[in-house]
Ligand binder design. Structure first.
Ligand SMILES: Nc1ncnc2c1ncn2[C@@H]1O[C@H](COP(=O)(O)OP(=O)(O)OP(=O)(O)O)[C@@H](O)[C@H]1O
Length: 271
């Protein structure tokens, strides 16, 4: 079905930046994605919510190259894509920050920001002896963290294990935003954080959006979802049930849709 009838923001006329149609993912006898559709509009924060086991992770994994769907099509900026791996998806500008952050705790912030993309010294030292250009990496990391207002971090050479949970999440998001990403996917970014740190991460999510990068936010935290999301994709039984805007529905409506206690009306029809 198309997007008619869904109350949307100023992006309504735009084409989805990232779109999926009819995604199917089976694990043996379990159908984790059952002809699932998905639309991420340019510049929006799209929350993905759903009950445990509804298939949210499977959807995100399919969109970020961590699993290959058995059926269906994904398009990025209107072009069909097929991601062989998360690295492949990243190469196309899709950055995923997982719950279990892919960071090396003992390495510095600068090192973590560059993981797999280190800058080498110019000339023979870099090309043949693989010497890292540390000053350039530190400068870049410092600039990016400052841009996102994350310079509460004192020392760029500080090991990531010495950072607070919120700061770590910040580094991961800064990393995603710094490398020219087209889409940033955040999986439960506030799950392990305290109130103050969660606040900071929510602000950071808005900052990233204000830089024009759309965000997919998977979260079980309804107040956070309702606070930052432009639209909310509600996932149920392996597919998109509907998409709502936080202004049009209450949190209890969303939970009722998610659990099947209530059937969405046409304002919320997208599935
Ligand atoms: N690797 C796997 N092997 C077998 N079954 C799987 C695998 N991954 C997911 N599933 C199954 O697919 C279904 C959807 O799981 P998925 O993790 O995508 O849901 P979810 O909405 O992210 O759940 P949660 O909120 O609990 O993390 C579940 O029934 C799950 O058991």
């Amino acid at each position: 079905m198309d997007q008619k009838g869904i109350g949307m923001n100023a992006n309504t006329s735009a084409e989805p930046l990232l779109k999926a149609r009819g995604l199917v993912k089976r694990y043996g006898k379990v159908t984790a994605l059952d002809h699932c559709d998905f639309d991420l509009m340019p510049g929006e924060i799209l929350a993905v919510i759903g009950d445990n086991g509804a298939g949210k992770s499977s959807l995100i994994k399919a969109l970020s190259g961590a699993v290959q769907p058995d059926e269906g099509e994904i398009t990025l900026e209107g072009r069909p894509v097929r991601f062989a791996s998360p690295l492949d998806a990243r190469g196309h500008g899709i950055e995923c920050v997982y719950q279990t952050l892919a960071m090396s705790p003992a390495l510095s912030i600068a090192d973590n920001m560059f993981m797999g993309r280190e800058l080498r010294k110019p000339g023979i030292m870099g090309q043949w002896f693989r010497k890292l250009d540390r000053p350039a990496m530190e400068k870049f990391a410092r600039e990016k963290l400052t841009e996102l207002g994350l310079m509460t971090i004192q020392n760029i050479n500080q090991a990531v294990e010495t950072l607070s949970g919120g700061q770590r999440q910040g580094v991961a998001v800064a990393r995603a935003a710094a490398f020219g990403s087209k889409v940033v996917i955040l999986d439960e970014p506030t799950a392990a954080l305290g109130v103050k740190e969660s606040r900071r991460v929510l602000e950071l999510i808005r900052d990233v959006r204000s830089r024009g990068i759309p965000i997919i936010l998977i979260s079980h935290n309804m107040p956070h979802v309702f606070e930052v999301a432009d639209r909310i994709h509600i996932h149920r039984l392996g597919r998109r049930l509907c998409v709502i805007r936080p202004d049009d529905y209450s949190m209890s409506d969303a939970v009722a849709f998610m659990t099947g206690a209530k059937v969405p009306d046409e304002v919320a029809t997208a599935a």
